[in-house]
Write a new protein. Structure first.
Length: 133
């Protein structure tokens, strides 16, 4: 569970909740071998996931509703290695659309690894999946 939501893919990536202060979420993820690219650093997809979860949790906390990512822009700035921290917050919120920002830093030295902006839409509670034959 991350801030009260079950996010199976985030769990698969090892993303863990650290805390939330003033609507800013903080997450932690260790870059293990299975999360690396061929250069021995965090794969861009896993960094994008950490950024998305950081913004999404901030949007969910701010709106008190589930949210969906509508758009996301990512910049990769430095190699992601070791323990990484994801920080997300809402920069502007409307009734159903929220604009968010996030950063990933290396825990050991605080270096900025990646940053993102995103647009999120509030959703109705998810409908349980139906079995199909």
């Amino acid at each position: 569970m991350i801030f009260g939501a079950d996010v199976p893919f985030a769990e698969l990536c090892g993303i863990r909740e650290v805390g939330s202060i003033d609507g800013r979420t903080r997450l932690r993820m260790e870059v293990t071998p299975e999360l690396m690219n061929h250069l021995g650093m965090a794969h861009g997809g896993v960094l994008t996931t950490l950024l998305d979860v950081a913004m999404g949790t901030a949007a969910r906390i701010a709106s008190c509703r589930p949210v969906m990512t509508l758009d996301m822009q990512v910049s990769f700035l430095a190699p992601g290695r070791g323990m990484l921290l994801g920080h997300g917050h809402v920069s502007k919120a409307g009734r159903s659309i929220l604009f968010c920002d996030a950063e990933v830093t290396r825990e050991e030295d605080g270096e900025l690894v990646a940053r993102a902006t995103g647009v999120f839409k509030t959703a109705r509670e998810p409908v349980p999946a139906q079995n199909s034959v």
